[in-house]
Design a protein around this ligand. Sequence first.
Ligand SMILES: Cc1cc2nc3c(=O)[nH]c(=O)nc-3n(C[C@H](O)[C@H](O)[C@H](O)COP(=O)(O)OP(=O)(O)OC[C@H]3O[C@@H](n4cnc5c(N)ncnc54)[C@H](O)[C@@H]3O)c2cc1C
Length: 426
Amino acid sequence: MAEKSYKYIILGGGVAAGYAAREFVQQGLQAGELAIISKEPAAPYERPALSKAYLFPESPARLPGFHTCVGSGGERQTPQWYSEKGIDLVLDTEVVEASVAQKSLKTASGDVYKYGALIIATGATFIKLSDFGTPGADAKGIYHLREVEDATALYEAIKANPNGNAVCVGGGYIGLELAAVLNMNKMKVTMVYPEPFCMPRLFVSEIAAFYEGYYKEKGIEIVKGTVASGFESNEHGEVKVVKLKDGRELPADIVIVGVGARPNIGLFKDQLTVEKGGFKVDGFFKTSAENVYAVGDVATFPLKLYNELRRVEHVDHARKSAIQAVQTIKAAEAGTSVEEYDYLPYFYSRAFSLSWQFYGDNVGDAVVWGAKGADKVNAKFGAYWVKDGKVMGAFLEGGSADENKALATAARNQVPVSTIKELSNL
Ligand SMILES: Cc1cc2nc3c(=O)[nH]c(=O)nc-3n(C[C@H](O)[C@H](O)[C@H](O)COP(=O)(O)OP(=O)(O)OC[C@H]3O[C@@H](n4cnc5c(N)ncnc54)[C@H](O)[C@@H]3O)c2cc1C
């Protein structure tokens, strides 16, 4: 059992950790000042690739191809990059205890890490159906997706079940993206979700109808308005049937559960102020304890634009919050300051040849244009959310880089809808 001390420690080795490391380097870092401690065996990578190119039937993405910060056009930070920069990348190492008072972290093997400043970037963990007591939900062949090892296991299962039956439970990002890649892998795919349409947290029915129609044309079955209530397995404990609450049964060789995620706050939840499921931070990602920062999925931060506290589980925020925390730390050392975080929510997804982006807030009335009867090959349509005569949120399928930029500007500036000649021409 060893004890080590670092000026800075990043706890967690995901998206935020990779971007924070790069920012430390850009701001000036001495060898031996920074350690990243991660449960994962791989250096930080762009997690969204796992539900997309990682599972492609042809030339699937593999590490080191998508280490951070390639997702935003930056350098590919392989383990060698970290060692060249003098950063200790402590992989395959779970922190099991933490003391804010003693400024220390303890790993599963009993090693103790002391820090001057800590950035908590522990992300989130998928929710399992067994968490709700669904019978049979721990059978073999039921997959969840968060880390590269989950994606590898799923990839191998897909290869082992050519032309097999796959059921995606959940109609959010994970369900939609995975249904697409399973279909591309020639599996017979059924999606199941309780809501009346997919992506209900963002989409309105007209938008969802386009994607559901597209998926159906690809041969994906969609079962709505019911939930998976149990699973049956064969004598080897492998899932074979998904039982639905409405009495139907679906054959399954592979099941993917995408029903949401829970932020990993357990280590500190009694030591730091928690709000909306995450660590409450200020506009500089400072938690309630001195020299302890929280970024990415675990941070509940002031969303200045809407004057409210929010927790965001998206990659763009993970990157930007990490950068903000490091700039804050470095500015304090230099006796300077940085501007408060001023985030414009931004989400995106890609599946098949489709690709959409959303900026802002989906509040008010949704005005959808071009979705009905949109061309399936070169789909292009969008929506604006309008409140008190102002554009609050903007969505575009199939937009160019310039168009997406215009979308972001409209949502950021909350432009009066009366100044827009045509909604399709922002
Ligand atoms: C499959 C998938 C697809 C996604 N696709 C999109 C997308 O298309 N668009 C989008 O905007 N967002 C997407 N997201 C969300 C996005 O990836 C997350 O918001 C982002 O990764 C959050 O970054 P983070 O650094 O906070 O957490 P993470 O990237 O999850 O990293 C957390 C890290 O902390 C480690 N850790 C946790 N606890 C401990 C511990 N006790 N000890 C040591 N290490 C620990 C974890 O192992 C992990 O390495 C996707 C997420 C998933 C899972």
